[in-house]
Design a protein around this ligand. Structure first.
Ligand code: PMP
Length: 411
């Protein structure tokens, strides 16, 4: 075990407990990541010594809280290489970020008979807001399908992208197939047709570095809780000129410049989108999570997770009756592996693994149209993090085999 890994694991005391009398093996990082002590400590320290409502008070504590809150905005901008903090909107989650774009920006640019192009691998969060927008505007919602190797079919994307396409919305990394989509190429092609690109980075943000300027995306959304931060805090990046054009969708305190009996004038972006008291403690936690990731270095995270996957995937492929969804090779795989065991219900497999202390997800993973395309109702999903070890991978493969044998004996 390398020294860095040994130190890292100490930051996650939750991982050293027993579940059903077995050492916990947490493999549901795609649903939510665990929160390391430095992030928790930073939030505790904020509540212990700096807590006040932001942007309101003239007193010292409120100024300190406001500075801390706005500093994190700068930090987020730097983390995803945004040109400045004005393009960073705080939200509750990826879901809220995507809903904000669909209802505010979508409303401005999508009209009757226009097209919205999404992919069949989208999470419901990056699907239903567009489905709803299409219904409201009598626009057409089109889906890019999968290629034979279960990556995104770029030829199909090119076919379906037309001069009527106003918005292309796509996940950077699928929460089921584990594939990373070629966002830069997608954006280049979409912009040629004057379409705007919205990226769901919920799954990618904790596993690869993101440069919104290099990718040239128009919007990008992610959640704090999938990148070692707390729940209830999310981010929407938007190009400043687009955020400026957009109308707020929530109204109330904080987001206004002036209000009369009949009129209200909004603050500028991003504050016009942040109505009411925000999740200030969550913002502080998000900042601490970014600091934690930056200290670890994203290149180390990527290399560690790649090593885990390179070790795990070939072993899983060899288990008889086990079907992996998404590409079968490591090259195209992020740290998510969705699979099924022949004749076994995914919930039984996940329950069996839970009895052995292994926590994986089973279900449709909020991607029902994708499940239909794959010809299944649900799958098991193991999702890794840098705090998993090679020994964890051995144990996981062993436990999957145990569960398989157990149920096959029963039937
Ligand atoms: N998109 C993807 C690809 C996801 O995996 C998730 C979380 N499962 C979301 C969006 C939604 O994230 P949140 O629940 O934090 O809004």
């Amino acid at each position: 075990m390398d020294k860095k890994f040994e130190n890292v694991i100490k930051d996650f005391p939750i991982l050293s407990q027993k579940i059903n009398d077995e050492p916990l093996l947490y493999l549901d990082n795609a649903a939510t990541s665990q929160t390391p002590n430095p992030v928790l400590n930073e939030m505790v320290s904020f509540y212990q010594s700096e807590n006040a409502n932001v942007h309101r008070g003239v007193y010292t504590l409120a100024n300190e809280a406001t500075t801390a809150y706005e500093n994190v905005r700068e930090q987020v901008a730097e983390f995803i290489h945004a040109p400045n903090a004005k393009s960073i909107v705080y939200t509750r989650s990826t879901t809220e970020s995507l809903n904000l774009v669909a209802s505010s920006f979508g409303d401005l640019v999508v009209h009757e008979s226009d097209e919205i192009l999404i992919t069949i691998m989208e999470h419901h969060s990056n699907l239903i807001p567009w489905q709803q927008l299409a219904k409201r505007k009598h626009a057409k919602l089109k889906y890019v399908e999968l290629a034979d190797d279960q990556t995104l079919d770029i030829a199909d994307f090119k076919r379906k992208l037309t001069e009527r396409t106003k918005i292309v919305a796509v996940a950077q990394m699928s929460n089921v197939l584990g594939v990373t989509n070629p966002i830069k190429e997608i954006t280049r092609l979409a912009h040629q047709q004057h379409a705007y690109v919205v990226v769901d980075a919920a799954q990618s943000v904790a596993h690869q570095s993101i440069d919104v300027q290099d990718l040239d995306v128009d919007f990008l959304a992610f959640s704090g809780h999938k990148m070692l931060g707390p729940t209830g805090i999310g981010v929407l990046f938007g190009k400043a000129e687009l955020l400026d054009e957009m109308n707020p969708v929530q109204f109330g305190g904080e987001m206004i410049e002036a209000v009369s009996r009949t009129q209200a004038k909004w603050q500028s972006a991003p504050w016009k989108f942040e109505a009411g008291t925000q999740n200030i403690g969550g913002v502080i936690g998000l900042g601490a999570a970014i600091t934690y990731i930056s200290k670890l270095k994203m290149t180390w995270i990527e290399a560690t997770e790649h090593k885990l996957l390179t070790y795990l995937l070939p072993q899983l492929v060899q288990i008889k009756g086990l079907t992996i969804y998404g590409p079968q090779t490591v090259a195209e795989h992020g740290s998510i592996v969705a699979f099924n065991l022949a004749n076994l219900h995914p919930h039984d497999v996940a329950t069996g693994l839970d009895m052995l202390g292994v926590e994986v997800r089973a279900g449709h993973h909020c991607a029902q149209p994708l499940m239909t395309t794959l010809g299944v109702e649900s799958t098991v999903r193991a999702s890794l993090s840098f705090y998993n070890s090679l020994a964890d991978m051995d144990r996981f493969v062993y436990d999957v085999k145990m569960v398989k044998e157990f149920f096959n004996r029963e039937s």
